[in-house]
Design a binder for this molecule. Structure first.
Ligand SMILES: [Zn+2]
Length: 174
């Protein structure tokens, strides 16, 4: 069974009271100390990297969620990082490339389930170029990679709705 992370809390994390009410839109409010958690999303970044022929770099996911489906490389922003820093760190870790000409493309809500607990995510997408395509895969995260003309990508092959949205946004600009 999948439960939202904020729903799973039995007590207020601040004062420990069990009077931790569920409110509309997924927020929680403590009747004892007044603490309120707004269930704000965590942030993830991903890059739509185009080669000189306009083909998009896609990876094949080695892990759940969406094991075996195609995705744009990226990951979660760490505390203390900017979006740009997180993007380059994740791209270096997953595929070993250095990005250039990075620009904002679009964002889209998503969610992420880990050990049965789901939390809201805001996925932020960037378009980018790479200094080379000498890909070095991080095999725990990625099984394979490919360069695909935009028109040849079936959105159903992609891991998340947010990525289908990003592909459609990039296609509309091209
Ligand atoms: Zn409290």
């Amino acid at each position: 069974m999948i439960t939202s992370l904020i729903e799973a809390f039995g007590h207020c994390p601040l004062c420990g009271s069990p009077d931790y009410d569920r409110e509309p839109r997924g927020t929680r409010h403590c009747r004892s100390c007044g603490h309120r958690d707004y269930n704000n999303p965590i942030t993830a970044v991903a890059a739509l990297i185009l080669d000189p022929e306009g083909r998009l770099l896609l990876i094949r996911r080695a892990k759940e969620p969406a094991l075996g489906l195609l995705a744009m490389p990226g990951g979660f922003v760490d505390a203390g990082e900017s979006l740009e820093q997180a993007l380059q760190r994740e791209i270096t870790e997953e595929i070993g490339l250095a990005l250039t000409s990075v620009g904002y493309l679009c964002s889209h809500p998503n969610d992420y389930t880990y050990r049965g607990l789901t939390r809201p995510v805001c996925d932020v997408f960037f378009h980018a170029r790479a200094t080379s395509f000498n890909v070095v895969l991080q095999h725990e995260e990625v099984t394979d990679w490919q360069l695909r003309p935009l028109r040849d990508i079936n959105p159903a092959e992609l891991a998340f709705d947010s990525m289908r949205h990003a592909l459609a946004t990039l296609r509309a600009r091209s």
